[in-house]
Design a binder for this molecule. Structure first.
Ligand code: BES
Ligand code: ZN
Length: 855
């Protein structure tokens, strides 16, 4: 490591803030190149901290104009990250801090703090952006009510809380709920609102507004509907109502993340608000529904109860992801939603847990907190709550959550507080369960069986491989949902939750008529990898008969995985078992089309690479791609009649609707189309592209053509039709790269990066090109190394503009250790080249360091 590397922050070093804030007054005089921010902050000593400590204020990139304490000018000089006022210069009790600073929002390409996005001022303060706006103890355990005045000629001026007055060129906002600085927000622009109202269960009349650029108003209806459903759901399911008179949502073009839960003023990446049938896909609609709900749900889980420090991030993010998953399960099909969530968990979190960036849900240290908004904190964090729910039952969960809100409303709380409410509400001892929060890595659950003619014994054994910094792992408390299926396909034993707490345990089932088939980890009851050596006949039987839909889908997925592994490692030729089983499933019209669409989907190339690596092989992305293609061709051939029937029958007559039923039909239809295109040369896809009245089918048809090496004409047509639409153009960029043949993928990315519409400063566009190449594994990992070089070049360039976005994209390299020596050497060269770059950001320095230092 370079000796210039910034110091790590440790959980064990937590100390309460010496100074608390009673009230914040901010005044903004907006100007793109020179915005003035005046602050008046009432500080008082924290009775729970050691007395006589200095006042440390965070501040980065601020031009100081004035600063005073109780009217006396401050003489202390700022350093690179803030300002320290020695205790001797501070009054004995409470005091007023007043300051004025100047900042330059139009020069802010990092998109943290106050910045300008196509003429619109907006903020992003989580996690540590507020310190780029003014001097402040920028830590979440300092909570205060804010009063904000905005001065600008722009017509719409917004901040947190309730409106408190407005006139020509100014507006004031008052947020009565004490909040940490990371939830501060300000927006100013020439915006228009779609407005509605919501009456809470307590009778509060809330004004709802979705603010967008002129011309985008016709794309807000779905987000508004999702918002109202989220508000009602949180009242009905969690008993939590909204607590201000207005709720504003703003769509912003340039935004690093998906969206942000600022109190009363949620700010969204435009792609997660704006949708209409012509320009948005079913996936876009589902993402909007989920993210609108997620940010709204943070009002209670995140804002009213916030995090004591950033090591507690999963307290709000894991819980809020779990809540958005529950909401989606209620709005749509619960098993289909669970399958989608499990796919995300494995693709993102298991991948992270298996590589150099593995870390616990509660990390013990970090260098740059932005690097810890990870799949582990989010998705695994949500899985831990799902397990707690399963372990304590519905009544226990409800009681624990009631206690959580009663005990901690208004607090900056910890993960330990969270687990304690489950203990106190249910009387369960969760000492061992807490290990899930501290121990990284994905546990392996080995399943073995014994049948003595009358009694069936299931033995479960657990083992977690080492992760960086954690060589030895202790056993976890794992809930394993198990059901038994008889030889005739009937259920012999309904789902039972077995609790594995030691390294190994056996569970017996008596009085069985015949040797059962075990359906293990139903519903994916824990975030573990199951090692269960079932024959393909057994898997096919589970695929045909399992009464748990998630386990049923899993059986088909495992069957396909086993075949693909054998194709890659033994050059095996797939037999008819898999396609025979699929044929039966596809023609079962009692099954939800969305479920059948998932059943028809093959494991992704990344998932296959990870599975091969876990099984002790060195994955070859080229061979994996070829095997997956070969199996897809065989499926297309063997299943042509049922696929053709489904393609014809799964149309959705009448006007487009984004509802789950219609979306499920389209998903199945497009899966069928993708396979059929390998038989009909793209005839059906060309016709659908030409006739589709919605983006889902148009994009699906075009992608099916690209996958068979066709579609050039459609690529041009698509561009002509949509060249003025930023969100749709992102799809145009990404599809061409994701679906490019391996040999041409990097060249496609290079030429698109030279396209006049490419703009690396826009995070969505950057991801649509650089991120898209990483999503084409055979292209990205092409043995030439050109893919690695392209991504590294752009990471270096983007790091100078937007470190947070660049560091996120660097995870393209997190799987390097899986690969062969030649590919490893190529990746290493690129990581070394990034690390050697002068002026590397702290964000990128930490990521590349963690990836290289585990080598
Ligand atoms: N609080 C986050 C947004 C955020 C993330 C701010 C990282 C700063 C750094 C927000 O609630 C969130 O989690 N957004 C997700 C979407 C969500 C549905 C998981 C996102 O932006 O990806
Ligand atoms: Zn969140």
């Amino acid at each position: 490591m370079k000796d210039t590397s910034p110091a790590a922050i440790h959980l064990s070093d937590y100390a309460p803030p010496p100074w608390l804030v009673d009230r914040v007054h901010l005044t903004f005089r907006l100007n793109p190149g020179a915005t003035r921010v005046r602050s008046r902050i009432r500080f008082r000593p924290n009775p729970d901290a050691a007395p006589g400590q200095p006042l440390r204020l965070d501040g980065e990139g601020l031009t100081p104009i004035t600063a005073s304490i109780d009217g006396t000018p401050v003489t202390a000089a700022p350093d690179a990250t803030g300002l320290t006022i020695p205790a001797a210069d501070l009054p004995a009790g409470a005091f007023d801090w007043q300051a004025e600073v100047e900042i330059a929002p139009d020069a802010n390409t990092a998109l943290e703090g106050l910045y300008v996005s196509r003429g619109m001022f907006c903020t992003q303060c989580e996690a540590e952006g507020f310190r780029r706006i003014t001097w402040y103890p920028d830590r979440p355990d300092v909570m205060a009510p804010f009063r904000v005045r905005i001065e600008s000629d722009l017509p719409v001026l917004l901040s947190n809380g309730n409106p408190a007055g407005a006139g020509p060129g100014w507006a004031e906002w008052d947020d009565p709920h004490p909040k940490p600085s990371y939830l501060f927000a300000l927006v100013a622009g020439d915006l228009v609102a779609t407005s509605d109202r919501f009456t809470t269960a307590q009778g509060r009349d809330v004004a709802l507004n979705i603010w967008v650029r002129k011309g985008d108003e016709h794309r807000t209806a779905y987000a508004m509907d999702a918002l109202k459903r989220s508000m009602r759901w949180d009242e009905e399911v969690y008993g939590r109502a909204y607590d201000l008179d207005v709720f504003n949502i703003v769509a912003v073009d340039d935004f690093n993340m998906g969206a942000m839960e600022n109190k009363g003023l949620n700010i969204f990446n435009a792609r997660y608000v704006l949708a209409d049938p012509a320009s948005a896909t079913d996936t876009d609609f589902a993402n909007i529904e989920r993210i609108i709900a997620h940010e709204y749900f943070h009002n209670w889980t995140g804002n009213r109860i916030t995090c004591r420090d950033w090591f507690q991030l999963s307290l709000k993010e894991g819980l809020t992801v779990y809540r958005d998953q529950q909401f989606m399960a209620d709005m749509r099909s619960a098993p289909v939603q669970r399958i989608a969530d499990v796919l995300t968990l494995r693709a993102r979190q298991f991948r992270e847990d298996a590589g150099p960036l593995a870390h616990p849900v509660q990390p013990a240290s970090y260098v740059e907190i932005n690097n810890f908004y990870t799949a582990t904190v989010y998705e695994k964090g949500a899985e831990l709550i799902r397990m707690l729910h399963l372990l304590v039952g519905d009544d226990g969960y409800r009681a624990a959550l009631e206690l959580y809100f009663d005990r901690h409303d208004g607090d900056a709380a910890t993960i330990d507080d969270w687990v304690r409410v489950f203990e106190d509400a249910t009387g369960r001892d969760l000492t061992q369960f807490r290990r899930w929060y501290a121990q990284a890595g994905t546990p392996r659950l080995r399943v073995t069986e014994d049948w003595d003619g009358a009694r069936y014994t299931l033995t479960l054994a657990q083992h977690t491989p080492p992760t960086p910094g954690q060589p030895d792992k202790a056993p976890l408390h794992i809930p394993v949902a198990v059901g038994l299926i008889g030889p005739d396909g009937a259920e012999l034993a309904p789902t039972r939750v077995l609790e594995l707490t030691g390294a190994e345990a056996s569970f017996t089932f008596d009085d069985l008529r015949a040797r059962p088939l075990a359906s293990v980890l139903r519903g994916v009851s824990a975030p573990v990898i199951v090692e269960h050596n079932l024959t393909s006949e057994d898997r096919a039987a589970l695929l045909a008969h399992d009464t748990d839909p998630v386990a049923r889908w899993q059986a088909g997925h495992d069957l396909a995985r086993d075949i693909l592994h054998a194709m890659v490692t033994e050059n095996a030729r797939p037999g008819p078992d898999y396609t025979d089983a699929l044929a039966r499933l596809l023609s079962d019209d009692t099954l939800d089309p969305a479920f059948r669409a998932f059943a028809l989907g093959l494991p992704g190339e990344e998932t296959l690479a990870q599975g091969l690596h876990e099984a002790g092989h060195t994955p070859d992305p080229t061979a994996i791609h070829a095997a997956r293609e070969a199996l897809a061709r065989q499926m297309a051939e063997a299943l042509e009649p049922p696929l053709a029937r489904l393609f014809a029958e799964m149309d959705t007559p009448g006007p487009y609707s984004p509802d789950a039923t219609a979306a499920g039909r389209r998903a199945l239809r497009l899966r069928a189309l993708s396979l059929l295109s390998r038989r009909d040369g793209g005839a059906r896809a060309r016709a659908l592209f030409a006739s589709a009245d919605n983006m889902t089918e148009a994009l699906g048809a075009w992608a099916a053509l690209l996958q068979i090496g066709a579609g050039a004409e459609e690529t041009a047509t698509f561009y002509r039709r949509w060249q003025g639409d930023r969100l749709v153009l992102d799809k145009w960029f990404a599809q061409q790269i994701v679906n490019a043949p391996a040999e041409r993928a990097t060249a496609a990315a290079e030429s698109l990066a030279a396209h006049p519409d490419f703009d690396p400063k826009n995070p969505n566009r950057f991801r649509a090109v650089v991120g898209a190449l990483a999503m084409n594994p055979a292209g990205f990992h092409h043995p030439s190394g050109a893919g690695y070089r392209f991504v590294a070049d752009w990471l270096i360039r983007l790091d100078a503009l937007n470190p947070q976005a660049a560091a996120r994209q660097s995870t393209a390299f997190e799987t390097w250790a899986r690969y062969d020596p030649a590919r490893r050497a190529l990746i290493r060269t690129e990581l070394d080249r990034i690390r050697a770059h002068p002026r590397l950001s702290r964000d990128m320095g930490e990521m590349v360091g963690r990836m290289l230092d585990s080598a």
